[in-house]
Design a protein around this ligand. Sequence first.
Ligand SMILES: Nc1nc2c([nH]c(=O)n2[C@H]2C[C@H](O)[C@@H](COP(=O)(O)OP(=O)(O)OP(=O)(O)O)O2)c(=O)[nH]1
Length: 154
Amino acid sequence: MEVFKDYYQNTVKFVKNEMYFSNQPKHVWVITKHKGQWLLTKHKNRGIEFPGGKVEQGESADQAAIREVYEETGGIVKELQFVGQYYVDGKGGDIVKNVYFAQIDELEERPHYYETEGPILLDDIPKNVKKDHRYSFMMKDKVLQIAIKEIKSL
Ligand SMILES: Nc1nc2c([nH]c(=O)n2[C@H]2C[C@H](O)[C@@H](COP(=O)(O)OP(=O)(O)OP(=O)(O)O)O2)c(=O)[nH]1
């Protein structure tokens, strides 16, 4: 287990490859790649981040991951790989979130992208992402680093 502080100084506990905290997590986050580029979205309030959101009633976490990627980027998930799960007792209460990696083949243009402004493609995630106000708080803690390290080893 890796334990660290998030952007808001809340303690995050991350466990790789295992649904350690809950087998019915309520949140998902998906690190996505499209043709060699990172595929992100621009949340209207939080800024640039990988797609994700809440698991809806009657939906599995995996289904939510595929749906959120499509809603927020237009990306059609070809393959979804589970990376790990984390727990944070954060602002707004305690949450458990599944983190995935998804390879996207096809990017469909959509009339709207829910609470986001749609897809953002990047060759690289900037090194100074923590200090860059254009990026969401979700991009500013160790979850991203752990996930990217795991993805490179897949
Ligand atoms: N690292 C961290 N994450 C947090 C904290 N509090 C908190 O709600 N989160 C996560 C859970 C959610 O993914 C996100 C809050 O977003 P939200 O409630 O607006 O929901 P969302 O946009 O992700 O979901 P959706 O409406 O697209 O379904 O941030 C916290 O204190 N630290």
